[in-house]
Design a protein. Structure first.
Length: 129
């Protein structure tokens, strides 16, 4: 598996009201701002639901997260289009793993930064017993 420092991957997602409801049911995060529209008619997407965008990128790589930190910079609302770019900042390979650090940056349809994050973990090259 060839993964290099500087390698970038992107994923874009539009969040729906059903996404917010299902995530609320699964996580228990049903704050009033996630279930009732604000004065502008908007429902806010849960922060950790927004964080599923870089999680999807990691899943595509078979990445196993060991630790991470997300910074929520502005709200995401139902109907927003969020694009995430994830960049490999560290990649070290040994006989069993590729050890990675990845930084992500998510922007909305107005190109406003809504979330950043750093995550580290591994990709298994060989199954362990």
């Amino acid at each position: 598996m060839e993964i290099k420092v500087g390698q970038k991957t992107t994923h874009t997602r539009v969040f729906t009201e059903d996404d917010v409801k299902l995530f609320g049911d699964l996580s228990g995060d049903k704050g009033i701002h996630h279930v009732q529209p604000d004065s502008l008619g908007r429902i806010m997407v849960q922060g950790l639901l927004t964080a599923t965008i870089p999680t999807k990128i990691g899943g595509d790589m078979n990445f196993i997260a060991r630790d991470g930190c997300f910074h929520f910079l502005r709200p995401v609302y139902v109907g927003d289009t969020v694009k995430c770019e994830a960049e490999v900042t560290k990649a070290e390979t040994d006989e069993r793993y590729v050890r990675l650090s990845i930084e992500s940056r998510c922007v909305n349809q107005l190109d406003e930064q809504v979330m950043t994050g750093e995550i580290s973990g591994v990709i298994r090259l060989k199954q362990t017993k």
